[in-house]
Ligand binder design. Structure first.
Ligand code: TXA
Ligand code: MG
Length: 355
């Protein structure tokens, strides 16, 4: 029932794109690659298509969808106004991994915005995404193409794991480029506010816009402050086994995790370990996955969801991860990792080493 089609990521084949566009224009669902993660697309101006998206993902319908466009001039058809700073940001970052929240026009059904009067808009840079959006008529609603709660998909194989049978077509354009979802900036507030960190960093935004705030709900683990993006309040990106982030100096972190691995093996069990090229050789047991080198933060972002998904295929009783506070994407990476861990963080201290 689900058609899976390989497509050239740089120069998508026109016959495949036409077929996919037709499915969307007729109210069906097509999963497709973007530069961030794979998306689960439906016609954004068709209320019934948006309802199908929620059903396919098993997603609560109060969690709004992002509307994807592929022409700058299409923005004004779905919003009632574009503030000057939003224009500056669009000029600088579109097409690319940026989503802006703006007041919605009547064209956009409430089914697409989860009942809100604002709409999230993104103009992706991936050639397959752009071609598909144009073939569909210009407006494609697309959340990440995972089952609600699972890590976002960075390959078509991940999409197949979650959505085979639930969508009409999957366009396989290979691995994505970035690996974590777009930066979301809210322009319905007086001061532009980051609702979800991403590849476009807070520093970059401040450079372009001046004052920029971080949504308070992002900074706190407790429930006293709800994040403004409804999707950020759910436990998310989560592997099946409980994940804990271990902080501290590298030496103590490795010692702490090795101790946990040893305890587990005494019980005849195994833990999963998320390490780096730098620490990989020092882990003595457990299922160790290398997420990349600390010197290449793009690689860490790209492999994060894949590594989390991988552990679902193994019999591990718990997962321990190093912390990745890298200079540019660290905020985005740690935001996802903390959510996957349900904010479980421990400090590795010296004493665990003295036995
Ligand atoms: O990179 C991405 O943005 C990917 C690709 C496919 O484009 N899409 C994506 O969509 O991550 P999704 O649905 O997984 O995440 C959208 C987030 C959710 O947290 C949602 O609550 C928030 O955007 N959002 C959407 N519309 C909103 C609105 N009007 N106000 C506040 N938050 C909104
Ligand atoms: Mg998502």
């Amino acid at each position: 029932k689900t058609l899976i089609c390989k497509v050239n990521a740089e120069k998508p084949e026109q016959d495949i794109i036409s077929q996919a566009g037709k499915i969307l224009r007729e109210g069906g669902l097509v999963a497709f690659p973007t530069e961030t993660v794979y998306g689960l697309g439906g016609n954004a101006l068709d209320a019934a298509a948006s309802e199908k998206i929620y059903a396919a993902k098993g997603r609560p319908s109060d969690n709004p969808l992002i509307v994807h466009i592929a022409r700058m001039e299409d923005l004004e058809k779905i919003v009632t106004g574009v503030p000057k700073k939003a224009k500056i940001l669009a000029e600088a970052c579109w097409p690319g991994p940026l989503t802006m929240i703006l007041p919605k026009s009547e064209e956009v059904p409430y089914e697409t915005t989860g009942g809100l009067d604002s709409v999230a808009v993104r103009y992706p840079s991936h050639p397959v995404a752009q071609a598909l959006i144009l073939a569909a008529g210009g407006f494609v609603a697309a959340p990440s193409a995972n089952t609600s709660g699972r890590p976002s998909p960075t390959t078509a194989a991940h999409v197949q794991e979650d959505l085979t049978g639930a969508v009409d077509m999957i366009l396989d354009g290979g691995q994505v480029g970035i690996g974590i979802e777009s930066t979301i900036v809210d322009f319905t507030e007086k001061i532009p506010t980051v609702l979800r960190p991403g590849y476009i960093s807070l520093e970059k935004l401040k450079e372009l816009l001046g004052e920029v705030k971080m949504d308070k709900g992002l900074l706190r683990a407790d429930a006293s402050q709800r994040p403004k993006a409804p999707g950020m309040k759910y436990r998310h990106y989560a592997p099946k086994a409980e994940l804990t982030i271990v902080e501290g100096s590298t030496e103590y972190v490795v010692a702490y995790i090795n101790q946990k691995a040893k305890e587990a093996s005494k019980r005849g069990r195994q833990i999963g370990i998320i390490g780096t090229e730098e620490t990989f050789p020092y882990y003595s047991s457990g299922v160790v996955r290398c997420i990349g080198s600390r010197k290449k933060e793009e690689g860490i972002a790209l492999h994060l969801y894949e590594v989390l998904r991988d552990f679902d295929q193994c019999e591990v009783e718990a997962i321990y991860s190093e912390s990745f506070d890298t200079p540019k994407m660290g905020q985005a990476i740690m935001n996802r990792l903390l959510k996957a861990a349900g904010h479980r963080v421990v400090q590795a201290e010296k004493k665990i080493n003295d036995r």
